[in-house]
Design a protein around this ligand. Structure first.
Ligand code: GLT
Ligand code: MN
Ligand code: MN
Length: 386
């Protein structure tokens, strides 16, 4: 029960399973796993794919010969395990060169280096057949706004993405770019902090059709926002190119907990949304095991993400098939059709007729909705007593 199938498209990053447990207050607690060891674990838990930053696979100071050897070795492990690489990305945050940002650094040479590094990382991802390219701008931001123009930063960001879209076309890579918003951490404030702001920015790009979003549960929850609403807006705009599933307590630092570890109801609505609309992209778990975990527990973390998703998928099916729930929904959304002659597509006749219509405002205000009953049914369904 609850075993992953390839069509579920469950993926993890090398950095997720491989997270050695360091935090700002303590050192690593687990042995560093090699990319091959990570792929073996992913195959064991039934994942479909693995994603990586350039330097998760090829160390930043590797020679070209070392790079080629690493690529050859990793291709072999992938072929042996059947694990694919659907997404790649660039590490534009670890190296001290990026301490004041990458595409939005005040230093023009750093901005150029960020583009250089990204093009090379795009080459690497393309070698493995990746089709989605993620941009998480972890260092794109400020601690003090005294030293950087938010307008210039936006222009530099736009110029960089425009440039890289052209490179994508030039090379025939056919990547879809997915911008990943986050409100803060590691910067005091990060530019494009939410899914909504990223969608606004994308509309200003030269090749906006090529660029969408990679929303992460924890990143919207850090701001106290409703993640399901955010992905619904992205989906509606045709921009949900990728998704980072994980969990965390609202308003805290970026905890990257196992999917559904914290907010069970929210996780349920996320899964239900993805399944109901027929989202067909990777279901990527961007999370890591607790610092207290050993290797066995890291495996439990990985299969926990997968199992929780599949359990919630089953609950979503039950929700859709539950006659009492569906009856309440029908009551909630009932429509006698009497208003359709006044609304929908605008015409001056409709507008005139609608303005003349005599609404019984007091009567409208008398109507309640059975959301208490419905929400309790959802709770009971999730608790397994329905
Ligand atoms: C980093 C970050 C994530 C991003 C990854 C991709 S790296 O772990 O916390 O949210 O998705 O760059
Ligand atoms: Mn995160
Ligand atoms: Mn992420």
């Amino acid at each position: 029960m609850y075993n992953a199938k390839p069509e579920d498209k469950f993926t993890f990053g090398l950095w997720t399973i491989g997270n050695p447990g360091a935090d700002p207050f303590g050192t690593t607690v687990r042995e560093r796993l090699t990319p091959s060891q990570i792929v073996e674990i992913l195959a064991e838990v039934g994942a479909w794919g693995v994603n990586f930053h350039d330097n998760d696979l090829v160390p930043i100071d590797a020679t070209p010969v070392e790079r080629d050897q690493i690529i050859t070795d990793f291709k072999k492990v992938l072929a042996d395990s059947g694990i694919v690489v659907p997404m790649a990305t660039t590490n534009l945050f670890s190296d001290p060169a990026f301490r004041d940002g990458a595409f939005t650094s005040n230093d023009p040479k750093v901005r150029a280096y960020a583009i250089h590094k990204t093009m090379r990382a795009m080459d690497l991802g393309a070698e493995f057949g990746a089709k989605v390219y993620v941009f998480w701008g972890g260092r794109e931001g400020t601690e003090t706004d005294a030293g950087k123009s938010a307008l210039d930063a936006g222009k530099w960001f736009r110029e960089a993405i425009n440039y890289l879209c052209e490179y994508n076309i030039d090379q025939g890579y056919d990547y879809k770019f997915a911008l990943e918003p986050k409100p803060n951490e590691p910067r005091g404030d990060i530019y494009l902090p939410t899914v909504g702001s990223a969608l606004g920015f994308i509309a200003t790009l030269d090749h906006s059709d090529m660029v969408g979003v990679n929303p992460e549960v924890a990143h919207e929850h850090m701001s106290g926002l409703n993640f399901m609403h955010a992905i619904a807006q992205a989906w509606d705009a045709g921009k949900l190119f990728h998704i980072d599933l994980n969990d965390q307590k609202i308003g805290r630092y970026d905890q990257d907990f196992r999917f559904a570890a914290e907010s069970i109801k929210q996780a349920f609505y996320i899964v239900k949304f993805l399944e109901d609309v027929g989202y067909d992209g990777s279901r990527h778990f961007d999370a890591h095991a607790y610092r207290s975990s050993d290797l066995e527990d890291v495996k439990a973390f990985a299969s926990g993400c997968i199992r929780s998703y599949l359990i919630l998928k089953e609950k979503a099916e039950k929700f859709n098939a539950d006659s009492e729930i569906q009856g309440l929904l029908a009551e909630i959304t009932t429509d006698d059709g009497s208003m359709s002659q006044y609304v929908g597509q605008y015409s001056s006749e409709k507008a005139a007729a609608l303005k003349d219509y005599g609404f019984d405002r007091v009567e409208l205000g008398r109507r309640g909705q059975p959301y208490e009953r419905l929400d309790q049914l959802v709770f009971e369904l999730l608790m397994g007593v329905r």
